[in-house]
Design a protein around this ligand. Structure first.
Ligand code: BGC
Length: 446
C-alpha cells in the first residue's frame, strides 16, 4: 500500500564527530576517550581508530554537496567536545570555527541543522579528572553546551543534549565494549545518573536564553524486547532487560523516578545510591521539546542464571543485518505506541535508523544495496503508518549519511547511503541514496 508523508516531515541523515571527522590532532583538538580506547590494543577491529575516518573535517563541503544532491531536508551531526574545550575551561575558537563553517554551508544549501552535543567523545582531560563518575563533569558539560548555544544563537533547528546515554554509561562503564572500557556496574549507574542530570541542567540553561526557533531534547536508543519463551523465568528476565536498557532512562526523564524493581536489583549488586541527591530527579525530568528515538532492532530475552543481571539475548528467525541485528520493523511500531501510552506526548524524531550490510562496488562502479533499501522502506512505512494513527513523529534521520568508524567494529561495518573508499576517500552514492532522494521528493513510499 502506498503511504504518504506530510510536506513538513523532515527527512535527514545522521553522523557523529568521532565516526567521520578525522583530523584528530588538528586546530587544537586534544584526544577524547575514544582516541585512547581505539588505540588500546585489542579494543577495536584490527586496531582501527578515528584518526582519519572519512576526513570529513577537510571534505565537509563535498559532503554537503552530496546531501544536496540526494535532497535531504536536514543533517544531524555531533560536535567534538575536545575541539571546543581542549583543556578544562579553555575555549578553542579554531575548533568552533569548523562547526561555524559547517553550519554556514548547510544554511547556504538550505539544509536544516541538528546538533548533538555529546556523541561519546568525552575529552580525555575530563576523563582523567573522573569523567562521568565525577559530579563536577556536569558543570564542565554545561559550560561547553552554553558556549555552543550562544555561538549559534538560535540558528540551530534542534539541539540534542546526549546521544544514547545507555551506551555512554552501560556499554562504556559496565560492559567495557565502548570507551572508557570499564567493567563496573556501580560506575555505570553513577555515569548514567550524571549524564541524565547534565541533560536536565543543560535544558534549564538553554531555556534561559529564550530562543524562538531552536528546540531541545535528548536521544535514547530504545530496544523493544520479548521473552524467548512464555515461561515465568523468561518473562522476568525480559522485564529486567527492559528495565536495564529502556526504563532506566525513560522513567527518570518522564516520571521523575528510577524504576523500583531495577533500583532494588542494582542496590543488591552495587550498594547504596549515595550519588543521587535530593532534587536530582526533578532536574532530570525537566520538560523537553521533543524526544529523539534511535531504533535498529529488537531483542529476544532468555533467563540466564550465570549472568550478573540474569538475562541473555538470543535470536529468533528474522533476517539479520551485518551487525547480527534482527530486522523487525514491527518492533518500531510497538516501541512508539508504548512511548505514547506510558511516557510522553511530546513530538518524536527518529534520530537514527538504518542498517549495515556487506556493500560492494559492482563492475558498473555502483553500489547496489537493495537490502538496505528494503530495510529503510519497511521501517519508513511503519513511520508513515504510525503518523496516520496520530503518533506525531516529526522527522527521520537515516543512519548514516556515509560509511564510517563503527566504534569497536572499526571500518568493517558499512551503514552509509554513501560508500567511502577509505584508501582514496572517494565517495560513491549507493542505490539507497537515490531511493531516499526519490522518497524525499515525492513524499510517497511504495
Ligand atoms: C549510535 C551510532 C552507531 C549506530 C550503529 C547508534 O548506537 O548512535 O553512533 O554508529 O548506532 O551501531
Amino acid at each position: 500500500m502506498t503511504k504518504k508523508f506530510k510536506k513538513d516531515f523532515i527527512f535527514g541523515t545522521a553522523t557523529a564527530s568521532y565516526q567521520i571527522e578525522g583530523a584528530a590532532a588538528e586546530d587544537g583538538r586534544t584526544p577524547s576517550i575514544w582516541d585512547a580506547f581505539s588505540k588500546t590494543p585489542g579494543e577495536t577491529y584490527r586496531g582501527h581508530t578515528g584518526d582519519i575516518a572519512c576526513d570529513h573535517y577537510h571534505r565537509y563541503k563535498e559532503d554537503i554537496k552530496l546531501m544536496k544532491k540526494i535532497g535531504t531536508d536536514a543533517y544531524r551531526f555531533s560536535v567534538a567536545w575536545p575541539r571546543i574545550f581542549p583543556e578544562k575551561g579553555k575555549f578553542n575558537p579554531k575548533g568552533m570555527d569548523f562547526y561555524k563553517r559547517l553550519v554556514d554551508e548547510l544554511n547556504e544549501s538550505n539544509i536544516k541543522t541538528v546538533i548533538t552535543l555529546y556523541h561519546w567523545d568525552l575529552p580525555l582531560w575530563a576523563h582523567n579528572m573522573g569523567g562521568w563518575l565525577n559530579r563536577e563533569v556536569i558543570k564542565w558539560f554545561e559550560e561547553y553546551a552554553v558556549r555552543l548555544f550562544e555561538e549559534f544563537n538560535d540558528g540551530v533547528k534542534l539541539w540534542i543534549t546526549h546521544n544514547e546515554p545507555l551506551c555512554a554509561s552501560i556499554f562504556g562503564y559496565y560492559e567495557g565494549i565502548h570507551a572508557p572500557g570499564h567493567k563496573n556496574l556501580r560506575e555505570a549507574i553513577i555515569a548514567a545518573h550524571h549524564i541524565l542530570l547534565s541533560h536536565g541542567t543543560t535544558v534549564k540553561n538553554f531555556r534561559k536564553l529564550n530562543f524562538k526557533h531552536s528546540k531541545i531534547g535528548i536521544t535514547l536508543n530504545l530496544t523493544p524486547s520479548y521473552p524467548a519463551a512464555d515461561s515465568k523465568k523468561d518473562i522476568k528476565a525480559n522485564s529486567i532487560f527492559d528495565g536495564h536498557y529502556n526504563r532506566w532512562f525513560l522513567d527518570p526523564l518522564f516520571k521523575a523516578s528510577y524504576p523500583r524493581d531495577m533500583e532494588e536489583i542494582y542496590k543488591e549488586l552495587i550498594g547504596n545510591f549515595d550519588f543521587v541527591r535530593d532534587g536530582d530527579l526533578q532536574k532530570i525530568s525537566i520538560k523537553n521539546d521533543f524526544l529523539g528515538v534511535n531504533f535498529y532492532s529488537r531483542e529476544l530475552i532468555k533467563f540466564s542464571p550465570d549472568s550478573g543481571l540474569k538475562f541473555r539475548k538470543v535470536h529468533g528467525n528474522f533476517e539479520r543485518t551485518e551487525m547480527d541485528w534482527e530486522i523487525v520493523p514491527e518492533a518500531l511500531a510497538k516501541l512508539i505506541l508504548r512511548l505514547r501510552e506510558d511516557y510522553t506526548i511530546i513530538p518524536i524524531y527518529i534520530t537514527e535508523n538504518g542498517a549495515a550490510f556487506k556493500d560492494r562496488i559492482s563492475r558498473d562502479g555502483k553500489v547496489h544495496d537493495n537490502k538496505r533499501i528494503d530495510y529503510l522502506k519497511n521501517h519508513l512505512k511503519k513511520v508513515a503508518e504510525l503518523n496516520q494513527k496520530g503518533a506525531d513523529i516529526r522527522g527521520y534521520f537515516l543512519w548514516s549519511l556515509m560509511d564510517n568508524f563503527e566504534w569497536r567494529f572499526g571500518y568493517s561495518k558499512r551503514f552509509g547511503i554513501i560508500y567511502i573508499n577509505y584508501k582514496t576517500q572517494e565517495r560513491i552514492l549507493k542505490d539507497s541514496a537515490a531511493w531516499y532522494g526519490d522518497l524525499i521528493r515525492t513524499r510517497i513510499i511504495k
